[in-house]
Design a binder for this molecule. Sequence first.
Ligand code: RFL
Length: 403
Amino acid sequence: MTYRNRRPRRAAHATDVVVLGAGPAGLVLGNILLDRGIDCVVLERAERTHVQTRARAGFLAANTVRILTRNGLAGGLHRRGQIHSTCEFRTEDGRFRLDYSGLGPRERHTVYPQQELVTDLLTQFLERGGRIRFGTEAVTVRDADTARPEVAVREADGRPGTWRARYVAGCDGRHGAARRSLPARAVRHHRDHGVTWLGLLAEAPPSLDAVGYAVHERGFAGHMARTSKVTRYYLQCERGTPADTWSEERIWDELELRMRTREYGPLRRGRVVQRSVLDLESDVLEPLRHGALFLVGDAAGLISPSAAKGANLAVLEAEILAHALIDDLTAGDPEGLDAYSARCLTHIWRAQEFSHWMIGLLHGPSGADGESLFHNSLRRSRLASLRTSRTKQDWFAEHYVGV
Ligand code: RFL
């Protein structure tokens, strides 16, 4: 028997914590661990440029900014982020604005594109001496119920490899390896809200100095600033609509119609540079810990973007897990790890509840049957109480800007 043509088998790498995924969750976690001297590695399926240019979230809650600031991760967002504290609703019953900086907890959003935040987190991680493997896909997490779990990976050159660790943090989103590796006892709560959005990124300055929510018989339309030159828009569309069906002209015409620009002023048009179709879904896993494997961010709970909570929850959960891991690995105190799942699920379900409420506020069935008419009357009443009741506005502000 000859072994001459056989590639040598790769030895398993070892570290304290393997972090799967270099999104906001994985990079916040990696940065905090590294800062406290915990050995870790981040495995990321995509290439670096892809990670740094993936435009998604933009609205960071005040608590997210506090977390990033106290961990030395907020330099960029303090320099370039923009403060936002107003949203405007446009409906068949008129228009009203809520300045939530004067309501509820009196807090504001910082608008900072997710790809810029991720770039800052990555830069900081590398400057701190962090190890990150781009182009390395986690395939499965094995032996999570032991003290020596393993992550099987496909390395950048296509060859299989293995990482051993004390703990594995699954920050690899909804379709990642962490979710795929869960035991059968994991409970999945899934809800399809039956609503689809065409998500658009336009090279156009914002048209409003507020988040715009337009409720229209043709469907929802949304306006969210990103930078002084880029704006995110959403258009509710039929389920199954391919992202490229609508011409740019049709997109802008539809946005103008639903946002009632004849009454409230035109939109600033520009080139549509990104489009994606989003089926609004919620998907929460319970528990968030399986032995040595922890779920964080979108891997733990997917939330519809209707209330802009996903990235904020990811950052919050990453900080909670980071401190729990530090306590365990440096002081042998497992309490934080034991409490991680219950603690994060409390935040996740609060956010889900608000997001669900927002979906009901912004969308109505278009039919003229009794059920649709009932639902639409409820929605109008909900909007009316938001317009007129200070108590409702305080409640809204608390949930809208908080996590
Ligand atoms: P991410 O950002 O998806 O990162 C996961 C990373 O894991 C990698 N990966 C793997 N790596 C190794 N092995 C594997 N097997 C892997 N599988 C995946 C991926 O390449 C990726 O780099 O998850 P994370 O860190 O949990 O962060 C979650 C947020 O990205 C997400 O919740 C938000 O973007 C949601 N969201 C918003 N959230 C907000 O808080 N405010 C907003 O304004 C907001 N707007 C949005 C949004 C999401 C959107 N889309 C596209 C769904 C707007 C949109 C359009």
